[in-house]
Design a protein around this ligand. Structure first.
Ligand SMILES: [Zn+2]
Length: 274
């Protein structure tokens, strides 16, 4: 049998923080559905005895503290996901640092534990983000795409100049648990007027998600594949059935284990000391 591979089911509990730029009741209500979706996800994970990773913006935690407590009571991991889901693209170093501190404080007050992982809202990582995570003592980031299943160490200080070339920076004491847009439910499923969207059939998503996992099992055993979901997206009925089917398929694979991202990062750190 192949070396065991790992799968992490991760959920970005953005709720209304995703819709602060669209101050209409319908947009707001889409965020509110994230609460319903989270409760559905928690019940599904409990039925299958699986621990997941939930990235929670400070605004979600302050608006729905009981929801965050329910996640913690289920034994799941809580990660940092900004305060108001701010993209680091529009932040100064000082602002980013403040948001990191504020979000940590809010989560720690509710959960009793400092988050050890961070996922960038919108997956934009600024030139300061990773260094700030190192300074704040985070264990891992889960926002980069330089591999799909192999955990690695982050670098800071990469430089590139158009027409000249690239100089790589130095590795830092921060672990990367990689992600990918096609392993994220949002681009497959969400309709945002007037831009539009895909509203893809869940069978196409299931095929894609299992395809990456089966490739990893065959050619990159021992890796960690991370699926990124949003309770306000995956929580719709037909998609919950898809997630249930995904879990049931994975449960038949003798060489695959479910993991939280924190546990996968921690294991990798033990095997690959800085
Ligand atoms: Zn998010």
């Amino acid at each position: 049998m192949n070396k065991p591979s790992k799968v992490s089911l991760s959920f970005d509990v953005d709720t209304i923080s995703l819709w602060m730029g669209s101050p209409d009741a319908t947009a707001f209500s889409r965020g509110e559905f994230g609460v319903i979706g989270t409760q559905r996800v928690l019940k599904l994970l409990k039925r299958h005895n699986i621990l997941g990773t939930f990235f929670v913006p400070g605004l979600t935690a302050m608006t729905y503290p009981r929801l965050v407590e329910e996640i913690v009571e289920g034994g799941h991991e809580i990660g940092h996901h900004g305060n108001h889901h701010e993209s680091p693209a529009r932040l100064s170093r000082e602002q980013e640092q403040q948001i990191l501190e504020d979000g940590t404080k809010i989560l720690e007050e509710i959960t009793g534990k400092r988050p050890t992982g961070w996922r960038s809202p919108g997956w934009y990582v600024s030139e300061n983000s990773l260094q700030l995570l190192v300074e704040a003592g985070f264990s891992y980031d889960s926002s980069l795409m330089s591999h799909d299943v192999q955990i690695s160490r982050c670098r800071t200080g990469d430089q590139w100049t158009k027409g000249e070339g690239v100089t790589f920076g130095n590795e830092v004491d921060l672990v990367e648990v990689p992600i990918a847009w096609h392993l994220d439910d949002f681009p497959w499923f969400e309709y945002i007027p007037p831009k539009g969207g895909n509203l893809t059939s869940p069978s196409a998503v299931l095929e894609t998600w299992l395809g990456d996992l089966n490739y990893a099992r065959k050619y990159e055993p021992g890796g960690t594949l991370t699926y990124t979901m949003h309770p306000q997206v995956i929580g719709r009925g037909h998609r919950m059935l898809m997630l249930e089917q995904l879990i049931e398929e994975i449960e038949t694979m003798q060489d695959v284990q479910f993991t939280t991202i924190e546990a996968a990062a921690s294991q990798w750190r033990k095997e690959n000391p800085f």
